[in-house]
Design a protein around this ligand. Sequence first.
Ligand SMILES: [Zn+2]
Length: 422
Amino acid sequence: MDALFARIDSKREDVTALTQALVRIPSINPPGALYTDCAELLGRRLQARGFEVRYERARGTPGDSDQFPRTNVIARREGRRAGPCVHFNGHIDVVEVGNGWTVDPFAAEIIDGRIYGRGTCDMKGGIAAAVIAVESLLELDPDLPGAIEISGTADEESGGYGGVAYLCEQGYLRKPYVDHVIIPEPLNKDRVCLGHRGVWWAQIETFGRVAHGSMPFLGDSAIRHMSEVLRRFEDELYPLLASKRTAMPVVPEGARQSTMNINSLHGGQSEAFDGLPAPMVADSCRAIIDRRFLIEEPLEQVKDEVRALLERIASERASFRYALTDLFEVQPTLTEASAPVVTEVSRAVQDVLGVEAQHVVSPGTYDQKHIDRIGRLQDCIAYGPGILDLAHQADEYVAIDDLVDSAKVMALAALRLLRGHG
Ligand SMILES: [Zn+2]
């Protein structure tokens, strides 16, 4: 253990430089730019260390084009003796920059022991830490049993269809090739993330009838119908959601219940006009809802609550007409706390940081869903450096100490899993 920790400590500059090199490739999604550059940077490095490297372009998945190919990289290093396979998966895409930055988001500047830039925390720092962890392990013991895989995948920020989902469909990330999966998402270095809540996105549209705005009584306002939907959400649905608590250890605490965000609302004339609008009664109003649900809630029940509410309004309110359209759904996923990867990463957190690992569940979804549903691998967690709250924010950063510490945790956990202690 001491030799391993010393080896990783000696690679402090290396893990910093690899994080910087990845961050300096602005692989922003959408549109999904420069995935090939990121994938090749990882592929070249791992190939030089004895990994067999494959590139898989997810042709035909959303956003894939010759200009923006969905390039994924999978590197596998087979040991000389049989044993399990530990897989580290990180997404190479980052979200748009947004406003409010005080540093160059793609310079990967170091200030006070932190690397700043888009993707430092979510999650190129995590990928770099995993690479350093694995390289250190193999330098100390080239005869490790089993296999190690590292993948850099596309499109996590837009659902993972051109990334992990695609790889799972192609036969990667499943038994018997892979046994344990660690996704170094930024969940804080002392936390082990067991899974995530479910997601249901839907559009509600209310309908009306156009008329001159000076005589609204001759028409029927879709916006007023929608206002009734919103009122009933406040009076009926939100109190119901607040009453549903989960046994999942979701963080932050506020997400330990069912939640719903109204993502957008639009009624009447398009906002894209110059000058004054024409006086019209709105014949359509659309709201997009983003409902996050608990493992205790069946998805059909989640949908029925909204459907029943709309039906009640329809039975009480004259000329109320609506359409409810599913847009997107993800089932919750939860790895057992007794699973080998959870046990070993938690033990390694204790050994490296001297604190008990906190088991958490993410309020939002990430690529674990595909590994669970398509790859049918249940021994999967997210564990990685970086502060969760910084993801997607301006002046995102990762602390170099956290990169080093989390690399130690990942290396030690992988070592024990490969040697079969898991
Ligand atoms: Zn992420």
